[in-house]
Design a protein around this ligand. Structure first.
Ligand code: IMP
Ligand code: MG
Length: 342
């Protein structure tokens, strides 16, 4: 019997939008994977990827579809048929082979009632994406939800896939560490497990995990409501710098079109996220944005003080020193300064 060989995982270490799509795309080209799988979340996610110079956005379909790799939406995912259909149509029109898209029969169906309830309650109170995530997850855990195999339309019957994974598997995380329902600033979180431990819900033993790629930007961003990101006690200079970073870094939500709030990278929180997720390869994106804006800041040492640096090489040295001395599993720190690859 063919077994799972190696599993690599890409996970977000912040509040989502850490360039996971770019990392998944690069790994698909570098390594030979038999599967690319999403283990959590739904179309609340927004992954941006450049393929042959063209920009594409996905929400629920794993980025393996761009490389002809079997792309599995796992049993812990929440799927709305209309959203899935529009995404498949978008990919088909763009010329990609959508027959590689597979869905677990045990994924849960997001109904239009879930979406309505999300819009009524969570969208305003918590700035949810309005995709029906929390109401669908409530039904799932109350054990009254609808499984994909029982609720899906005929048009998706061919996409249902209930086989075992084998060979080399890449797991594509959605959202990030601080949006995880157990780790984040509850209730300002999403309704899923965004950490690598949860990728095992796809059906492989944890011993098969090889590399965990943690994705983060060199500044923090947040869409949606979160008191942690209040504007109080931020200097006018910093607020001005954050506006510039948002503009240069194009910090606009892929799924909702909302602008993302910017803050200096909190290095203490990043250390925690690296250590708990088990990240051994860290990919830090967007130093090029700070370079264009010309301001380099960090938060560190549990104080609320912002440390400023004169240039990116100084800032990188501090980041590397702190992370490598506080994160025993971390083997490699990679800076990626373009939206295409790392
Ligand atoms: P929900 O997942 O739509 O219920 O939203 C819960 C919170 O997570 C809100 O603050 C959203 O803005 C945030 N969120 C959910 N998905 C993403 C994502 O993919 N990127 C960034 N933020 C997200
Ligand atoms: Mg995103």
């Amino acid at each position: 019997m063919i077994e799972v060989n190696n599993v690599d995982i890409v996970c977000g270490l912040a509040w989502g939008d850490e360039a996971k799509g770019k990392i998944v795309g690069t790994l698909c080209q570098k390594n030979k994977y038999d599967f690319v799988c999403r283990w959590s979340g739904g179309s609340n996610a927004g992954h941006t990827i450049f393929v042959n110079g063209e920009k594409y956005d996905t929400h629920i379909v794993p980025c393996g579809v761009f490389y002809g790799i079997t792309s599995v939406i796992g049993s812990d995912c929440l799927v709305n048929m209309n959203d899935l259909n529009s995404e498949i149509e978008y990919l088909r029109r763009a010329g990609f082979d959508t027959s590689v898209i597979k869905i677990s029969p045990r994924a849960h169906v997001i109904t239009s009632t879930h979406k309505d309830n999300d819009a009524k309650k969570y969208k305003t109170q918590q700035g949810s994406t309005g995709k029906g995530i929390a109401p669908c997850a409530s039904d799932k855990y109350a054990r009254v939800g609808t499984l994909f195999k029982d609720g899906c339309l005929d048009m998706f019957k061919e996409n249902i896939w209930d086989e075992k994974l084998y060979g080399n598997v890449l797991c594509e995380g959605a959202q990030g560490f601080w949006l995880d329902i157990n780790m984040g600033n509850y209730p300002f979180v999403t309704s899923s497990n965004t950490l690598p431990y949860s990728a095992c819900s796809l059906g492989f033993p944890p011993q098969k995990i090889r590399n965990i790629y943690g994705a983060v930007k060199v500044y923090d961003t947040r869409v949606g409501v979160d008191p942690f990101f209040d504007d109080e006690e931020i200097s006018n200079d910093d607020l001005e710098a954050f506006d510039k970073i948002a503009e240069v870094g194009n910090e606009v939500g892929t799924t909702t079109g909302r602008s993302r709030k910017v803050r200096w990278l909190n290095l203490d929180m990043l250390v925690k996220a690296i250590n708990i997720s088990g990240t051994n390869i860290l990919v830090l994106s967007k130093m090029d944005v700070l370079e264009k804006v010309g301001v380099f800041g960090l938060k560190h040492d549990s104080t609320n003080t912002v440390l400023k640096y004169s240039d990116s090489s100084h800032m990188k040295k501090i980041i590397n020193d702190v992370l490598l001395s506080h994160c025993s599993l971390l083997k490699e720190v990679i800076y990626s300064e373009n939206p295409y690859t790392f």
